[in-house]
Design a protein around this ligand. Sequence first.
Ligand SMILES: Cc1cc2nc3c(=O)[nH]c(=O)nc-3n(C[C@H](O)[C@H](O)[C@H](O)COP(=O)(O)O)c2cc1C
Length: 224
Amino acid sequence: MRKITLALTAILAAGCVFNTTYEEETSVTDDSYMRVEGRKNFGSSHALMTTPQPCVVIATWDREHHPNVMVAAWAGQLGATEVIISLSQHKTTENLEASKAFTLSFVDRNTLVQSDYFGLVSGKLVADKIARVGFTVTSSPNVNAPIINEYPLTLECKVRSFKDGILIGEVVNMSAEERILTGGKVDLDKLQPVVFDASANVYRAVGEAVGHAWQEGKVYLDNQ
Ligand SMILES: Cc1cc2nc3c(=O)[nH]c(=O)nc-3n(C[C@H](O)[C@H](O)[C@H](O)COP(=O)(O)O)c2cc1C
């Protein structure tokens, strides 16, 4: 629970950057903290919290069953079957209130440009964002939301809760194209997901694997 509270606090704090520029955020003078000696101290007003952040797109139906999509980087995983996303007011949030469902797909190198466009323009102004970039949708068989066909990895989610800008979704299915699988598992070398670097305001490629989880640290276990 402590981990979740910390994650939420970080995401909520990070969520405030959407209505201001990075420069505005970092220019705030904040003297309410004790400086750590020997380091540059940024205080609490900066864009970096848990960067690099995952880069996903959220697709929803509106009330007339038109598809819409936005990009999100203030997102994470809660436990084994839930996702959490910090959201400002968007066409997407209006849709979520009505549809109670969404799909979440991973931005990869092939979809980076289109995904950035989805984060620049609101569906309130451009009703056909998805079609405009040449992307197409299929109805999810599991939840009341569209799947964008051009993203190879998609989670289908029901809205578990949406309160104070924090969306929690229950993942009911994950589907992946065969071409990003190795041995039946999602292979990030094939998927080539991108992450969001809030320090430089750029997208970065995910690099090579550099160690095995729950393995490398064993050199410090007593019985080694
Ligand atoms: C890299 C990037 C990350 C973003 N992350 C988020 C986010 O996590 N939460 C959010 O509310 N908006 C985020 N946005 C902004 C929305 O994607 C943007 O306002 C979008 O136009 C909303 O679309 P809609 O009104 O059609 O739903 C992000 C934008 C970019 C470019």
